[in-house]
Design a binder for this molecule. Structure first.
Ligand code: PEP
Length: 262
């Protein structure tokens, strides 16, 4: 973590937890962090539940004045119309959703989302004043063929190029071979790719934007390995899948500063 950027801890629930289970998890998470005197101004924490949970979680966060941030896992590139099953950025904005994950590898694989579509979704997120968490990462075959940074950098460049308006955005470097596999990138690998991604932002947009963008690592993060990633000034947080469904574990990850000696 750097001293300039506030670390971001994001919990991607994927297709887990219905809206009733969501209430239980968010309440318990907020209470656990509150008991530990968690300082949200020093480490931001956000959850990314399924669409059907968003209204419930937003109402809970609002009513209880929890400081946990709220994000969605995807959105349409369109504003409205005949797109059965899709969700508009304007609907998310109305629910006080702040963040939206775009280009997650599971959407790239199972829904055949390509770089062009992700670029259009990023444009829609900026238009609706949402903060996209743009996911990039290489498969094992790509790692062997092109090395570590080439694919994530190419995906990122496409996602952030050609926009008439650019708002805040976050990048999540998630090597596909590390997602849900228990196989983790080393902190050095994550930092090296994060550095290349920051250089790419500087090249495409500006050095000022590059210095402000938070770059996360994702892939089998746990409370026992999170500090290693955040120790490096290039890595500004983590995107957590499986471990975000266990309150104690996710709270432990959110409290990584406790284990960090800078
Ligand atoms: C993810 O889905 O973004 C992710 C990183 O999953 P996991 O932490 O389970 O590897």
């Amino acid at each position: 973590m750097s001293t300039e950027r506030v670390p971001f801890i994001a919990g991607n629930w994927k297709m887990n937890l219905d809206h009733q289970q969501a209430i239980a998890l968010v309440q318990k998470l907020a209470w656990t962090l509150s008991d530990a005197n968690h300082d949200y101004s020093k480490t931001e924490v956000a959850v990314f539940p399924p669409f059907t949970d968003l209204r419930t979680v937003q109402t809970l966060i609002d009513a209880e004045k929890f400081q946990i941030g709220l994000g969605a896992q995807d959105m349409s590139q369109h504003d409205s119309g005949a797109y059965t099953g899709d969700i508009s950025g304007s609907f998310l904005k109305k629910l006080d959703v702040k963040y939206v994950i775009l280009g997650h590898s599971e959407r790239r694989v199972y829904h055949h989302e390509d770089d062009e579509l992700i670029q259009a979704k990023v444009a829609a997120a900026f238009k609706h004043d949402l903060v996209p968490v743009i996911c990039v990462g290489e498969t094992l075959e790509q790692l062997e063929q092109f090395g570590q940074s080439a694919i994530p950098v190419a995906q990122l460049k496409k996602a952030i190029t050609g926009h008439s308006q650019v708002g805040e955005f976050i990048i999540a470097y998630e090597p596909v071979w590390a997602i849900g596999t228990g196989q983790v990138a080393t902190p050095e690998q994550a930092a090296e790719v994060a550095k290349s991604l920051r250089e790419a932002i500087s090249e495409v947009l500006s050095e000022d934007i590059a210095q402000r963008v938070r770059i996360l690592y994702g892939g089998s993060v746990k409370s026992s390995n999170v500090a290693g990633f955040l120790k490096n000034p290039e890595v500004d947080g983590v995107l957590v899948g499986g471990a975000s469904l266990q309150v104690e574990e996710f709270a432990g990850i959110s409290r990584f500063l406790k284990h960090l000696t800078l």
